[in-house]
Design a protein around this ligand. Sequence first.
Ligand SMILES: *Cc1c(COP(=O)(O)O)cnc(C)c1O
Length: 427
Amino acid sequence: MHTSPPAWVADGARHVWLPYAQMKTAAPPLPVVRTHGSRIELADGRSLVDGVASWWTACHGYNHPAIAQAVRDQLDAVPHVMFGGLTHEPAARLAQRLCALLGPGFDRVFYTDSGSVAVEVAMKMAVQFWLNQGERQRSHFLAFRGGYHGDTFGTMAVCDPEDGMHSLFRGLLTAHVIAPLPRDDASAAELDALLGRHAHELAGILVEPLVQGAGGMLMHPPEVLARLRALADRHGLLLIYDEIFTGFGRTGTMFAFEQADARPDIVTLSKALTGGTLPLAATVASQRVFDGFWSDDPGHALMHGPTFMGNALACAAANASLDLFEREPRLRQVAALSRALEAGLAPCRELPWVRDVRVLGAIAAIELAGPFDRDALRARLVDAGVWVRPFGNIVYLTPAFTIGQDDLDFLIDAVVGVLQGMQAPAG
Ligand SMILES: *Cc1c(COP(=O)(O)O)cnc(C)c1O
């Protein structure tokens, strides 16, 4: 059933500005009319099996009835009230539940409405933590090559300097200290020396635990986090984990840092927080960080407060999502998905134009060896009936944890088939 596109497609195309897209040459976006489970239904009647879960947010699949019902109920009661001077049950309950889930050492939740802003708040928190103690020079961070923390000016400056937008906005971005991850003793010693020179001007260390997501699905072992914790302690720095991608089961544990014996001082959450339904983010601080703001001086208050902070609909969705994690065997599903991705994608390892296949939890990344026609590859994947959106030289799968066996088999077969049919990349 292929019908002509509805009128809103052409009308919108004249006015909508697309993300990360050269508007002159970008393929038009596919019009979506319905989602359900791991399916995206297009206006022309096609149904795609979704391999991305909408940038890793829809961890329970699309349109989960329990989340939909919670949002509907909340819509009738309190859709939104300002969070300055007012509070409501969904935000209060969610804060308590997030701290309990994160475990000992996490005591305070600051809500925002996007991941980038949650990282901005973490950075502001860390800088002001030191300011409140009279340490005025600690305005920089140690961050890592391959990292991605958002698109705002503050967060662009802590992204990978080559992949990120540093060169484009040179002069406007703070020059933070960006180093390779300490993957072995030698690089840890180098980082130790680097911190010896810079620690006095640093507020903290910022890292995505276990997987650097948008920077290329680069994975590192938990020991790296233990090294970072030791270095942070040795040089008196706060350690910030950006779990916006890795949080809520994606790496096989509820939070990636549970796989390491190294807890952070601040953690940022977003992406799957509401099960992919509404924008919400949180910056969660330890008691020690919070105590740095506890004072009789109003100037020591954390100076931030987004308009839609603690949005009640989003908090209700997040509570419903946490209920699903409690009620349903999500982490077991992630473990099964992990095994299926590992086994199913193994044939890609044989292809000369594939450099690496790596899987952690419900994340699979196929790294291609050279440059290739990304637009053509994206189109071939859609023609094969799947929604998978390669970036850089990475083809990745981050499906919903609830994807059914048939859809998963179809997804894996489609990706393997398309990659097997690729030409060797042109030089
Ligand atoms: C997506 C992401 C962000 C930015 O979140 P937005 O909601 O897009 O602003 C920050 N950090 C990590 C690790 C992410 O994956």
